[in-house]
Design a protein around this ligand. Sequence first.
Ligand code: AMP
Length: 288
Amino acid sequence: MNVFDSIAQVQEQTTKWVREGKTIGFVPTMGYLHEGHERLMEEARKENDKVILSIFVNPLQFGENEDLDQYPRDHDHDVSVAEKYGVDLVFLPTEDTMYPAPLTLNISVVRRADVLCGRSRPGHFEGVVTVLTKLFNICQPTRAYFGMKDAQQVAVVDGLIQDFNFPVQLVRVPTVREADGLAKSSRNVNLSHSEREEAPSIQAALSHATDLVRKGERNPEEIIQSVREFLDSRTRGKIDYIELLSYPELEPVHSIDQTVILAVAVYYEKARLIDNVVMGKDGVSELR
Ligand code: AMP
């Protein structure tokens, strides 16, 4: 396995692989790898001749008051995990490598981004699509793997690939969870003991919502209100949003008669957690 920090090294390798007709599976991450990332690597390993993992905490996608400095990092551990999962190349660039000079261009995300995390984190998805545009050109993937835990990111990346005709297939991977239902996240280590005990209520609230839909509830407002009460009674975390939208368009819906996403974000003291369920009108969650 190669660990490269320069763009030229990676491009030289990927260009060679492309010329040889090799398929390349690409897993972009911010590191501090956990089982969610491991599932992405496993899928990539199964479906491609070569697998690339990138580890880069992208400053462009963090807002001024966000947790860029507190974001956990452990490169030695990450490299050994990548080795274990049969990754061929780890791309571990520095900030200066990725952004050697102020950017000349700025990609605006004009749909799918003014709701959910895009509303709470202005500029976040612009940062995501900018770094992915660079990473796609550097890594030249056949397939790129993304977790449905970040379902809005999947919807925005789907738009990026389609709008700009990147020859990349987007692969969606279901959310990997702890035994108690909490979605695995690098940020979970920043929860206090009591917050960690309460945090599984986020996933329980999503299950509560799918139960309501299965029993015939079709009114988004009723479902959101019920989820809010459910969460308020089980966690002291501050609810950032509870939203129910069409998926992947992320438009408002007046009744549940199509595929929708119910997404939740909760602030704890040192971490903001997100989770979601994408479900059909029968309340059966998709991609689980
Ligand atoms: P991150 O390092 O948080 O930027 O995540 C890198 C990739 O891993 C993204 O595509 C995430 O959606 C995915 N990911 C993060 N957590 C999970 C999880 N619990 N289950 C599945 N995928 C995940």
